[in-house]
Design a protein around this ligand. Structure first.
Ligand code: 5RP
Length: 224
Protein backbone atom coordinates (compact mmCIF):
# COMPACT_ATOMS: atom_id res chain seq x y z
CA UNK A 1 0.00 0.00 0.00
CA UNK A 2 3.00 2.29 0.37
CA UNK A 3 3.13 2.78 -3.39
CA UNK A 4 -0.50 3.92 -3.38
CA UNK A 5 0.06 6.20 -0.37
CA UNK A 6 2.99 7.69 -2.20
CA UNK A 7 0.89 8.24 -5.34
CA UNK A 8 -1.81 10.02 -3.35
CA UNK A 9 0.75 12.22 -1.61
CA UNK A 10 2.38 13.06 -4.96
CA UNK A 11 -1.00 14.14 -6.34
CA UNK A 12 -1.57 16.38 -3.32
CA UNK A 13 1.79 18.09 -3.25
CA UNK A 14 1.26 19.37 -6.80
CA UNK A 15 -1.84 21.23 -5.59
CA UNK A 16 0.05 23.41 -3.09
CA UNK A 17 0.51 26.97 -4.28
CA UNK A 18 3.08 29.60 -3.34
CA UNK A 19 2.32 32.05 -0.49
CA UNK A 20 -0.10 29.76 1.29
CA UNK A 21 -0.75 28.35 4.74
CA UNK A 22 -0.81 24.55 4.67
CA UNK A 23 -2.20 22.18 7.31
CA UNK A 24 -0.08 19.07 7.81
CA UNK A 25 -2.05 15.91 8.55
CA UNK A 26 -0.93 12.95 10.66
CA UNK A 27 -0.18 9.31 9.91
CA UNK A 28 1.98 7.48 7.40
CA UNK A 29 0.38 8.94 4.25
CA UNK A 30 0.45 12.48 5.60
CA UNK A 31 4.10 11.95 6.56
CA UNK A 32 4.94 11.11 2.93
CA UNK A 33 3.15 14.33 1.92
CA UNK A 34 5.18 16.33 4.48
CA UNK A 35 8.41 14.93 3.04
CA UNK A 36 7.37 15.74 -0.54
CA UNK A 37 6.20 19.22 0.46
CA UNK A 38 9.49 19.99 2.21
CA UNK A 39 11.38 18.92 -0.93
CA UNK A 40 9.21 21.05 -3.21
CA UNK A 41 9.32 24.13 -0.97
CA UNK A 42 13.10 23.91 -0.89
CA UNK A 43 13.53 23.24 -4.61
CA UNK A 44 11.14 25.97 -5.72
CA UNK A 45 11.95 28.49 -2.95
CA UNK A 46 8.27 28.62 -2.04
CA UNK A 47 6.84 30.74 0.73
CA UNK A 48 4.72 28.25 2.68
CA UNK A 49 3.74 28.39 6.35
CA UNK A 50 2.54 25.17 7.99
CA UNK A 51 0.28 24.25 10.90
CA UNK A 52 0.48 20.66 12.20
CA UNK A 53 -2.19 18.26 13.45
CA UNK A 54 0.09 16.41 15.88
CA UNK A 55 3.35 16.80 17.76
CA UNK A 56 4.82 14.10 15.49
CA UNK A 57 3.91 15.93 12.27
CA UNK A 58 5.13 19.26 13.68
CA UNK A 59 8.46 17.67 14.56
CA UNK A 60 8.77 15.99 11.16
CA UNK A 61 7.94 19.19 9.28
CA UNK A 62 10.38 21.30 11.31
CA UNK A 63 13.12 18.69 10.97
CA UNK A 64 12.71 18.80 7.18
CA UNK A 65 12.97 22.60 7.14
CA UNK A 66 9.29 23.58 6.87
CA UNK A 67 8.13 26.69 8.72
CA UNK A 68 5.74 25.12 11.26
CA UNK A 69 3.89 27.68 13.39
CA UNK A 70 1.25 27.56 16.13
CA UNK A 71 -2.33 27.34 14.86
CA UNK A 72 -3.21 30.57 16.68
CA UNK A 73 -0.48 32.42 14.77
CA UNK A 74 -2.38 32.12 11.48
CA UNK A 75 -5.69 33.71 10.59
CA UNK A 76 -6.81 30.75 8.53
CA UNK A 77 -5.36 27.75 6.73
CA UNK A 78 -5.63 27.68 2.92
CA UNK A 79 -5.48 23.93 2.49
CA UNK A 80 -4.94 20.94 4.77
CA UNK A 81 -3.72 17.61 3.46
CA UNK A 82 -4.48 14.69 5.75
CA UNK A 83 -4.94 10.93 5.61
CA UNK A 84 -8.02 8.94 6.67
CA UNK A 85 -8.76 5.48 7.99
CA UNK A 86 -11.94 4.97 6.00
CA UNK A 87 -13.82 7.12 3.50
CA UNK A 88 -17.02 6.69 1.50
CA UNK A 89 -18.18 8.06 -1.86
CA UNK A 90 -19.79 11.08 -0.13
CA UNK A 91 -16.34 11.95 1.24
CA UNK A 92 -17.40 11.27 4.83
CA UNK A 93 -14.83 9.39 6.82
CA UNK A 94 -13.37 7.96 9.99
CA UNK A 95 -10.10 9.36 11.27
CA UNK A 96 -8.05 8.95 14.41
CA UNK A 97 -6.24 5.68 13.79
CA UNK A 98 -3.12 7.55 14.83
CA UNK A 99 -4.94 9.13 17.80
CA UNK A 100 -4.59 12.65 16.35
CA UNK A 101 -8.30 13.19 15.65
CA UNK A 102 -8.76 16.17 17.97
CA UNK A 103 -6.07 18.38 16.46
CA UNK A 104 -7.00 17.05 13.00
CA UNK A 105 -10.58 18.21 13.43
CA UNK A 106 -9.53 21.58 14.83
CA UNK A 107 -7.09 22.18 11.96
CA UNK A 108 -9.70 21.01 9.41
CA UNK A 109 -12.25 23.42 10.86
CA UNK A 110 -9.84 26.32 10.38
CA UNK A 111 -9.04 25.25 6.81
CA UNK A 112 -10.68 26.73 3.73
CA UNK A 113 -10.12 23.47 1.84
CA UNK A 114 -9.48 19.93 3.06
CA UNK A 115 -7.79 17.30 0.90
CA UNK A 116 -7.58 13.68 2.05
CA UNK A 117 -5.00 11.31 0.65
CA UNK A 118 -5.59 7.58 0.94
CA UNK A 119 -4.68 4.25 -0.60
CA UNK A 120 -7.45 2.30 -2.31
CA UNK A 121 -8.05 -0.02 0.69
CA UNK A 122 -9.56 2.93 2.61
CA UNK A 123 -12.39 3.56 0.13
CA UNK A 124 -15.64 1.80 1.17
CA UNK A 125 -19.33 2.00 0.29
CA UNK A 126 -20.27 2.22 3.95
CA UNK A 127 -18.33 3.46 6.97
CA UNK A 128 -17.88 1.20 9.97
CA UNK A 129 -15.35 -1.47 9.17
CA UNK A 130 -12.77 0.66 10.97
CA UNK A 131 -13.47 1.23 14.67
CA UNK A 132 -14.49 4.80 15.50
CA UNK A 133 -12.09 6.48 17.94
CA UNK A 134 -13.58 8.67 20.66
CA UNK A 135 -11.26 10.95 22.66
CA UNK A 136 -12.38 11.30 26.28
CA UNK A 137 -10.91 13.05 29.29
CA UNK A 138 -9.43 10.63 31.82
CA UNK A 139 -11.55 11.78 34.74
CA UNK A 140 -14.67 9.65 34.95
CA UNK A 141 -14.05 7.96 31.61
CA UNK A 142 -15.43 4.63 32.84
CA UNK A 143 -18.87 6.27 32.93
CA UNK A 144 -18.61 7.06 29.22
CA UNK A 145 -17.28 3.56 28.52
CA UNK A 146 -20.32 2.04 30.27
CA UNK A 147 -22.76 4.24 28.31
CA UNK A 148 -21.10 3.26 25.03
CA UNK A 149 -21.43 -0.38 26.09
CA UNK A 150 -25.15 0.13 26.79
CA UNK A 151 -25.51 1.65 23.30
CA UNK A 152 -24.17 -1.63 21.82
CA UNK A 153 -20.97 -0.04 20.56
CA UNK A 154 -18.55 -2.64 22.05
CA UNK A 155 -16.07 -0.09 23.42
CA UNK A 156 -12.40 -0.81 24.09
CA UNK A 157 -9.77 1.50 25.53
CA UNK A 158 -6.90 2.03 23.09
CA UNK A 159 -3.72 0.54 24.59
CA UNK A 160 0.01 0.95 24.11
CA UNK A 161 2.21 -2.07 23.36
CA UNK A 162 2.80 -2.51 27.10
CA UNK A 163 -1.01 -2.63 27.71
CA UNK A 164 -1.11 0.73 29.49
CA UNK A 165 -3.80 3.10 28.21
CA UNK A 166 -2.69 5.23 25.30
CA UNK A 167 -2.63 8.97 25.89
CA UNK A 168 -3.24 11.47 23.10
CA UNK A 169 -1.19 14.65 22.52
CA UNK A 170 -3.71 16.34 24.85
CA UNK A 171 -3.28 13.60 27.51
CA UNK A 172 -6.72 12.11 27.00
CA UNK A 173 -7.79 8.48 26.50
CA UNK A 174 -9.11 6.98 23.27
CA UNK A 175 -12.08 4.61 23.37
CA UNK A 176 -12.62 2.74 20.08
CA UNK A 177 -16.18 1.70 19.23
CA UNK A 178 -17.86 -0.46 16.63
CA UNK A 179 -20.36 1.61 14.59
CA UNK A 180 -20.97 -1.01 11.93
CA UNK A 181 -24.64 -1.48 12.89
CA UNK A 182 -25.45 2.24 12.85
CA UNK A 183 -27.06 3.66 9.73
CA UNK A 184 -27.67 7.28 10.78
CA UNK A 185 -24.17 8.58 11.42
CA UNK A 186 -25.31 12.19 11.88
CA UNK A 187 -27.49 11.19 14.78
CA UNK A 188 -24.77 8.94 16.24
CA UNK A 189 -22.29 11.79 15.94
CA UNK A 190 -24.61 14.15 17.84
CA UNK A 191 -25.29 11.53 20.51
CA UNK A 192 -21.58 10.96 21.18
CA UNK A 193 -20.86 14.72 21.16
CA UNK A 194 -23.56 15.18 23.81
CA UNK A 195 -21.85 12.89 26.33
CA UNK A 196 -20.13 14.79 29.14
CA UNK A 197 -16.40 14.10 29.08
CA UNK A 198 -16.21 13.34 25.36
CA UNK A 199 -13.68 15.70 23.82
CA UNK A 200 -14.08 14.69 20.15
CA UNK A 201 -14.76 11.69 17.94
CA UNK A 202 -13.28 10.53 14.66
CA UNK A 203 -16.38 10.81 12.48
CA UNK A 204 -15.55 13.54 9.96
CA UNK A 205 -18.84 14.30 8.22
CA UNK A 206 -18.87 16.97 5.48
CA UNK A 207 -15.26 17.89 6.18
CA UNK A 208 -13.31 16.56 3.19
CA UNK A 209 -13.54 18.70 0.03
CA UNK A 210 -11.36 16.56 -2.22
CA UNK A 211 -10.27 12.95 -1.99
CA UNK A 212 -7.15 11.67 -3.75
CA UNK A 213 -6.96 7.89 -3.99
CA UNK A 214 -3.60 6.41 -4.86
CA UNK A 215 -3.76 3.21 -6.87
CA UNK A 216 -7.10 4.11 -8.41
CA UNK A 217 -5.60 7.45 -9.51
CA UNK A 218 -8.90 9.09 -8.57
CA UNK A 219 -9.54 12.71 -7.65
CA UNK A 220 -13.07 13.10 -6.25
CA UNK A 221 -14.41 16.54 -5.28
CA UNK A 222 -17.33 17.12 -2.94
CA UNK A 223 -20.42 18.15 -4.88
CA UNK A 224 -21.58 21.54 -3.60
C1 5RP B 1 -4.41 9.89 12.49
C2 5RP B 1 -5.26 9.75 11.30
C3 5RP B 1 -4.60 9.30 10.04
O1 5RP B 1 -4.82 10.25 9.05
C4 5RP B 1 -5.18 7.98 9.65
O2 5RP B 1 -4.99 7.09 10.73
C5 5RP B 1 -4.52 7.42 8.39
O3 5RP B 1 -3.23 7.00 8.68
P1 5RP B 1 -2.31 6.29 7.60
O4 5RP B 1 -2.05 7.28 6.54
O5 5RP B 1 -1.07 5.91 8.37
O6 5RP B 1 -3.04 5.08 7.09
O7 5RP B 1 -6.44 9.99 11.29
O8 5RP B 1 -5.17 10.23 13.62
Amino acid sequence: MNVEKNQAAQMAVKKIVNNSVVGLGSGSTASIFIELLAKRVKAEHMNVVCVATSIKSAELGSKLGLDVVDIDDVESIDVTVDGADEVDANLNGIKGGGAALLFEKIVASKSKYNIWIVDSSKFHNKLGKFKLPIEVIKFGSQRIFDSLQEMGLNPTYRLNDDYTRLLTDSHNYIIDVDINKFKNLNSLSRKIEGMVGVVEHGLFLNVCDELLIGGLNKDIRRSK
